[in-house]
Write a protein that binds this ligand. Structure first.
Ligand SMILES: C[C@H]1O[C@@H](n2cnc3c(N)ncnc32)[C@H](O)[C@@H]1O
Ligand SMILES: Cc1ncc(COP(=O)(O)O)c(N)n1
Ligand code: SF4
Ligand SMILES: [Zn+2]
Length: 552
């Protein structure tokens, strides 16, 4: 009888840490007659979390470093429920800063175990700025994760309310739905009521890093008219969000006043919310974007809390016709300048990308980003590969996402079936997540990721052996796989059958070819055993091959 997957922990060897995995125990037996086990990456956090806050596992790691201190929470304006910390004078407590000084942190060992790599690789990628660990010192509940092209491709889920619909409980439910289906980070993009309270409920219950776009809350605070924005108002919001624990912030600093005329020939203008807000302000005042002109000060603030900056793509294309245009790439060049400023301040940074892009124009986006932004991790919204399927944009975009991941994009921002139509609910969050877990995994496989290949191999073998329970338990959505199988053949005996309702017993090609193999083992060598040996020969390397375009 097959076991239900369970949570297991691997202990650190350098630090007192335990790293979670989801263990799948197969019905398949190894050469010693033990059940084969697969330990899968797990983002779900503690068991049965509820919604009253989870354990702050990093609290001691942070305070032990002695480079930050708690401040009197009465003097702050975070909307938060725990006293915030800030850096001691002259300190920049960032994972990038530590890595550059050769300091290994518990966070680094945690992600090394999670990714199945040596901590030396983590240190190297972080110190070169090719990877980031987005973790604010005020979000101790979060489990460390790493974003970089040499690691597993990550998926972000967007949630948050809007003026049309706002309920804090609904957003916490969406958070739980997103992490249940494997979200590596979640962005709270709320623009409706109770933005600060909603964010605090999400942060205190989130085992994954949380991102925001602070210009949204700033706009709400100044009454909704972009013309009334100011750097002072932005700064106040950014500090409050940082004290509450936001791990990464999208900042649309790359859209310069001089770029705006380049959008005139576009079919869909400026589709980025943050981009259209900043363009409105810059034109109204005929002044340079204040996020650009004050960027060094923004970095100072970020470095005080280890907030990662995600450079927003305010000029991303919003239609197939606008893909890879002058406006988009002019902004990307500016994002490259800003990457350097972040690094000079020890600030972790990634770069956001499009958008709507036909398949033939996707590779160029990664090549340009790598070149212009000095290999800072790329984080893309899709891209959507066609505009003709509203209602199915999780699919139009998962196609682009898989492709851009295969070229080296480090994190994919999901798109739900509601894109362009309305605010996603919890069901949409699940659909978006599944589509993007497929895209990310397809990307990992194409990059030759050993762990990814092993999971496919395990599922393929289960399928060929008619181990139905193993096939379900190894799949991205076990409930759905089981329910579909049981629709026509619900009897327990069907779980032992060497066919399903697709072809039936007489026409099952896999059953026929299985008999062929056992009838004459010499005629057909076991191709699976050969594949298996091939992967094992890959040794400790995570990648069997890397796309040469991205990583020479
Ligand atoms: C930049 C992208 O962010 C997503 N987006 C913006 N606001 C929200 C929200 N409240 N909930 C979910 N997704 C959102 C949309 O998919 C948009 O295209
Ligand atoms: C990958 C990604 N996710 C979220 C946003 C923010 O949205 P907007 O630019 O519309 O304000 C973005 N620019 N890119
Ligand atoms: S999704 Fe809706 S509200 Fe947002 S830019 Fe498009 S049309 Fe406007
Ligand atoms: Zn769109």
């Amino acid at each position: 009888m097959s076991e239900q997957p369970s949570k297991v922990y691997v202990n650190g060897s350098l630090f007192d840490i335990k790293v979670p995995f989801r263990r799948v125990v197969l019905d398949e037996l190894d050469e010693n007659s033990n059940n084969v086990k697969l330990d899968l990456y797990d983002t779900t956090g503690e068991d049965s979390p509820g919604n009253s806050g989870i354990t702050p596992l990093r609290q001691r790691w942070i305070s032990n470093r002695d480079d930050t201190h708690a401040i009197d929470s009465d003097k702050t304006n975070t909307g938060g429920s725990v006293p915030p910390r800030v850096a001691n004078k002259g300190k920049r407590p960032t994972q990038y800063g530590y890595a550059k000084s050769g300091i290994i942190t518990p966070e680094m060992e945690f992600v090394a175990i999670r990714e199945g790599v040596d901590v030396g690789i983590i240190l190297e990628e972080l110190s070169k700025g090719r990877a980031i660990i987005p973790l604010n010192i005020n979000h101790p509940e979060a489990e460390p994760m790493i974003i970089g092209s040499r690691f597993l491709v990550k998926v972000n889920a967007n949630i948050g309310n809007s003026s049309v619909s706002a309920n804090i409980g609904d957003e916490v439910t969406k958070l739980h739905t997103a992490i249940q289906w494997g979200a590596d980070t979640v962005m709270d993009l709320s623009t409706g009521a109770d933005i600060a309270l909603t964010r605090d409920a999400i942060l205190r219950n989130s085992p994954v890093p949380i991102g925001t776009v602070p210009i949204y809350e700033t706009l709400a605070r100044v009454g909704g008219n972009p013309v009334n924005l100011s750097f002072e108002a932005f700064k106040e919001t950014m500090i409050a969000q940082a004290m509450g624990g936001v791990d990464y912030m999208t900042i649309h600093a790359g859209l310069r006043l001089s770029h705006i005329p380049l959008t005139i020939p576009r079919v869909t203008g400026i589709v980025s919310r943050g981009g259209s807000i900043m363009a409105t302000w810059a034109l109204a005042h005929h002044e340079e974007n204040f996020l650009y002109s004050n960027f060094a000060e923004i970095c100072e603030i970020a470095s005080t809390f280890d907030v990662t900056i995600s450079l927003g793509d305010g000029l991303r294309p919003g239609s197939i016709a606008d893909a890879n245009d002058q406006a988009q790439f002019a902004e990307l060049a500016t994002l490259g300048e800003l990457v350097k400023i972040c690094r000079a301040h020890d600030v972790q940074v990634m770069v956001e990308g499009p958008g709507h892009v036909p398949i033939n124009r996707i590779a160029e986006n990664v090549q340009k980003e790598v070149e212009l932004c000095d290999e800072a991790p790329f984080y893309t919204l899709g891209p959507l590969t066609t505009d003709i399927a509203p209602g199915y944009d999780h699919i139009t975009s998962a196609i682009g996402a898989a492709l851009i991941a295969s070229h080296g994009t480090a994190m994919l921002c999901y798109v739900t079936p509601k894109e362009h139509l309305g605010l996603p609910n919890a069901d949409d969050v699940k659909e978006g997540m599944i589509a993007y877990k497929i895209a990310a995994h397809a990307g990992d496989l194409s990059k030759g990721h050993l762990g990814a290949a092993q999971r496919d191999l395990a599922l393929s073998r289960a399928r060929f052996d008619f181990r139905w329970e193993d096939q379900f338990n190894l799949s991205l959505d076990p409930q759905k796989a089981r329910a579909f199988h049981d629709e026509e053949l619900p009897a327990p005996a069907a779980k032992k059958a060497h066919f399903c309702s697709m072809c039936g017993p007489k026409f099952c090609s896999m059953a026929l070819s299985q008999r062929l193999k056992t009838a004459d083992g010499e005629l057909l060598k076991d191709p699976m055993a050969e594949k298996s040996a091939q992967f094992v020969d890959g040794g400790a390397e995570i990648y069997l091959s890397m796309p040469s375009k991205v990583r020479p």
